[in-house]
Design a protein around this ligand. Structure first.
Ligand SMILES: [Zn+2]
Length: 124
């Protein structure tokens, strides 16, 4: 019998003994046969009981390791670089079909009036 489940004594040395129910199995025991469990229940413990008391599992006390997801060094993303060039679709001579700076008035891509310079511009 451990010191924890010995009957309690009052100041005058008289053993205070009473009956109480185990919170888990519901059986009636003396107060010194019940023990406070980590769940907050008063459960029976020791010989001649149902021994409902259970210790808390050691893995309940494990703490997760903090993850370090930071990279050792970083640099800012560079600004976007736009390559401006004229293509066959941006060089159209029709209104609202070409790109600013690339349009050629009266020019019809691939048409019968296509010059050698225009062909070289398009097809390299
Ligand atoms: Zn019990």
């Amino acid at each position: 019998m451990t010191a924890r489940n010995k009957p309690s004594r009052s100041l005058k040395g008289v053993r205070r003994q009473y009956r109480a129910l185990c919170d888990r199995c519901g059986s009636k025991y003396y107060n010194w046969q019940l023990r406070d469990e980590w769940t907050g229940l008063m459960v029976c413990h020791g010989p001649s009981t149902n021994d409902c008391w259970e210790p808390r599992h050691p893995q309940d006390f494990l703490r997760p390791v903090k993850e370090n997801n930071k990279l050792p060094w970083t640099r800012p993303e560079p600004d976007d670089v736009f390559i401006v060039g004229c293509s066959i679709s941006s060089s159209s001579g029709y209104a609202d079909h070409g790109a600013a700076g690339c349009m050629k008035a009266g020019w019809e891509p691939g048409g019968p009036n296509m010059s050698y310079e225009d062909f070289a511009t398009i097809y390299g």
